[in-house]
Design a protein around this ligand. Structure first.
Ligand SMILES: CC(C)(COP(=O)(O)OP(=O)(O)OC[C@H]1O[C@@H](n2cnc3c(N)ncnc32)[C@H](O)[C@@H]1OP(=O)(O)O)[C@@H](O)C(=O)NCCC(=O)NCCS
Length: 191
């Protein structure tokens, strides 16, 4: 007996979905990083510029990089890592692009665990107003791909990120511990 294993969720790609900044109406796009050459020769430097912004660097990268700067080599590493996950169907990484500034943010579904896949994101402070809409689009792609629930973790003091998740429908379910640190756990169940 036993249920038949469901195949891993897959996402048709390339993905390119146009959407607007909720505050300014400016045009952006959510794009899969399945072929980073699409983003041009400055993509790695654009990723590095955003990830070096103090808010993002302190939250996400200072510890991981042991205090070293996030540079274009790290940016290239991010893009290459993203491409390999699309190729192997093991995670789904997107960037948010602006017509002039190029890559201004990123978000991902970190596994193919259809019942509890983690998501994450970062966005340049200069482009505030787009992350909620981007997470909503990625969430809808996740349901279409066969995911049934998503979760995210936030630092307890990261109110901006918690607000993004609440606007996208995630419910704060309590706290969890990872590597000795306490995080808030947010979950969204599919339709
Ligand atoms: C967390 C982070 C992505 C949030 O970005 P953000 O710009 O605050 O998020 P949004 O673009 O969704 O929202 C910005 C504003 O637009 C408004 N907005 C966004 N989408 C909206 C919508 N669809 N309808 C109405 N208002 C909307 C929000 O209410 C918010 O307004 P406020 O600043 O007056 O509160 C960003 O701060 C960041 O990258 N931080 C560093 C890295 C990080 O913390 N990553 C997450 C780790 S868990």
């Amino acid at each position: 007996m036993g249920g038949m294993a469901l195949p891993a969720p897959t996402l048709p790609h390339p993905v390119r979905i146009a959407f607007a900044n909720a505050r300014t109406g400016a045009p952006y796009a959510l794009e899969s990083v399945d072929d980073a050459s699409r983003f041009g020769p400055h993509a790695a430097a654009q990723v590095a510029a955003v990830c070096s912004e103090p808010l993002i660097y302190e939250r996400l990268f200072r510890q991981r990089l042991d205090g070293h700067p996030y540079d274009a080599t790290n940016g290239l590493g991010f893009l290459t890592w993203a491409e390999s996950h699309w190729r192997e169907n093991t995670a789904f990484v997107f960037v948010i692009t602006h017509p002039l500034d190029g890559i201004v943010g990123a978000l991902d579904i970190k596994s193919t665990n259809r019942d509890e896949a983690e998501i994450g994101y970062w966005l340049s402070a200069r482009h505030s107003g787009v992350m909620t809409n981007a997470v909503r689009l990625m969430r809808d792609l996740a349901w279409a791909a066969g995911f049934r629930a998503l979760f995210a973790v936030t630092d307890p003091d990261n109110a901006r990120s918690q607000a993004v998740l609440a606007r996208a429908g995630f419910v704060h379910e309590g706290s969890m511990t990872r590597n000795g640190e306490t995080y808030w756990l947010h979950r969204l169940r599919g339709v």
